[in-house]
Design a protein around this ligand. Structure first.
Ligand code: ATP
Ligand code: MG
Ligand code: MG
Ligand code: MG
Length: 470
């Protein structure tokens, strides 16, 4: 049966409620008392105090559907079938209560019995030293040994420095040959979109003393995460997370505004998917009170909005469109997130104002670039300096590919190495300016990801024809 996104969310939460879990609503995208994280990027992240014991959970079994943002995935957005900067993560959690046995059995029960996925298309992976998990899959669930994949620390061990850590077991779904990369050896673990990772079960059972001496924890925890859009894409048997019912409605709206059809051209499709994703992130961020600014979360939001606006221009959309588009996001997701409906007017207003600002930025940037061209002419050079290119981009927010496009038309180039050096310098400054704590696996690298993600697209303009770069 083909379940919709909103239906699947409810089925998951109901299922784990029936297994004694307390349903909790999604936490805000803005982390609470956690300086190591810019934006919530997993179901587990807002529950950290319960895992460390800093706070007592309302119940030892909890289930959530958490809105997540992963800017570290921004380069993949529009290109893979499975990555968005925004997605929803379904999760069941045990704080010193049940462990591996229940977690694995329930994940299997949910996927094969409740949802009715074909067991022959599902493949689990385990950490290679985790015989316990292997045996549960093999002996108790009955999956043949050659269908269970054993991976090393890099893939199947969850750890961030000292503190609680442990092996994980992931569940992959074979979407069929047509999604494969066709390379020899393409199987579970391949980076292509055939064997799609849908669910990660983390078993925190050890404490790392910081020198890789592991001791067994007395309180063992379960932390799982399954991408709702990915689950829906396999249940609905569609190409990507951009084709599941709620997201597709949004994608269609983008096409309607651009007067084009999906699958008209690969280049346009990337822009369409990118806008579809970024407007989801932006809408949810604003509903959680984040405003477009020039630093931190606000900067991420501003970049996402402007990147979407830029791709709207590439698609030939005239005038403002993002504010209107956010209404479709709200319609599609208000079922799970009533705050969207409550903040509707606010969201629309913030987006509309930011689009106005962006349009002004473009006009201003064009003026400054024209002046730089005059200066280049006077100096008799054909190359815009890295510092000037960076100033346009960083101070005036002018999209880099636009600078390049305009200059190239007139036979000018850009000192790309100089530009990269300026970028690197700024990144280093930002890195040292921030406070990074490592609090139980808090993603200490997330700021670096943000910097890289938000800026690399501007650095990476070696690929001139790559329209996904802003
Ligand atoms: P991948 O290897 O495909 O990038 P991951 O291993 O980084 O996924 P986890 O950190 O294990 O993902 O997160 C748990 C689950 O959340 C994944 O199994 C997947 O279903 C979902 N997920 C992770 N990243 C994304 C994303 N960018 N967009 C949509 N869903 C995601
Ligand atoms: Mg990933
Ligand atoms: Mg993975
Ligand atoms: Mg994973």
């Amino acid at each position: 049966k083909e379940y919709g996104v909103n239906e699947l969310r409810r089925m998951f939460l109901d299922f784990f409620e029936s297994k004694g879990h307390l349903k909790m609503k999604s936490f805000s995208l803005v982390p609470h008392n956690d300086k190591s994280l810019l934006l919530i990027n997993s179901g587990m992240a807002p529950l950290k105090p319960y895992f460390t014991g800093a706070e007592i959970p309302p119940r030892r079994r909890v289930t959530t559907c958490q809105k997540c943002i992963r800017t570290g995935d921004i380069e993949n957005v529009g290109k893979t079938a499975r990555h968005g900067t925004f997605f929803e993560m379904l999760g069941n959690f045990s704080f010193g209560d049940y462990f591996k046995d229940e977690a694995i059995h329930w994940s299997w029960e949910f996927l094969t019995e409740v949802i009715g996925l074909d067991p022959n298309r599902l493949y689990p992976s385990v950490y290679l030293e985790d015989d316990e998990a292997f045996n549960i899959w093999n002996k108790e669930i009955g999956i043949p040994a050659d269908r269970i994949f054993k991976f090393g620390k890099e893939d199947n061990f969850w750890e961030h420095g000292a503190g609680p850590c442990g092996p994980c077991s992931e569940i992959y779904y074979d979407r069929g040959e047509k999604y494969g990369c066709g390379k020899p050896g393409c199987t579970v673990g391949c980076d292509c979109d055939r064997y799609m990772e849908i669910w990660n079960n983390v078993f925190t059972q050890f404490d790392n003393d910081g020198n890789n001496n592991y001791t067994e924890l007395t309180q063992k925890n379960i932390d799982t995460g399954m991408g709702l859009e990915r689950l829906a894409s396999v249940v609905q048997d569609v190409d990507s997370i951009f084709d599941v019912d709620t997201v597709r409605a949004l994608r269609d709206k983008v096409c309607e505004m651009a007067h084009c059809k999906y699958h008209e051209s690969d280049e346009k499709d990337v822009s369409i998917r990118l806008i579809t994703d970024h407007i989801r992130s932006a809408t949810f961020m604003i509903s959680d009170g984040i405003m477009p600014t020039n630093e931190g979360r606000g900067y991420v939001l501003r970049r996402l909005i402007r990147r979407a606006a830029r791709h709207g221009r590439l698609l030939g959309i005239e005038g403002k469109f993002l504010a209107k588009l956010s209404e479709t996001v709200i319609e599609g997701s208000k079922d799970g997130y009533p705050e969207l409906e409550e903040k509707r007017d606010f969201i629309v207003k913030v987006l509309s104002q930011e689009e106005d600002k962006f349009n002004k930025t473009i006009d201003q940037g064009l003026g400054i670039l024209a002046q730089m061209e005059e200066d280049m002419k006077a100096a008799g050079t054909q190359t815009l300096s890295g510092a000037d290119a960076f100033k346009l981009y960083d101070t005036y927010g002018f999209p880099m590919d636009l600078t390049k496009e305009i200059l190239e038309e007139k036979g000018y180039g850009i000192d790309e190495d100089g530009f990269k050096a300026c970028m690197e310098e700024q990144r280093t400054k930002a890195r040292t300016a921030r406070e990074v704590t490592n609090y139980m696996g808090a993603d200490a690298t997330v700021y670096d990801e943000i910097d890289a993600a938000v800026t690399s697209e501007f650095v990476g303009y070696d690929h001139l024809t790559d329209q996904s770069k802003v």
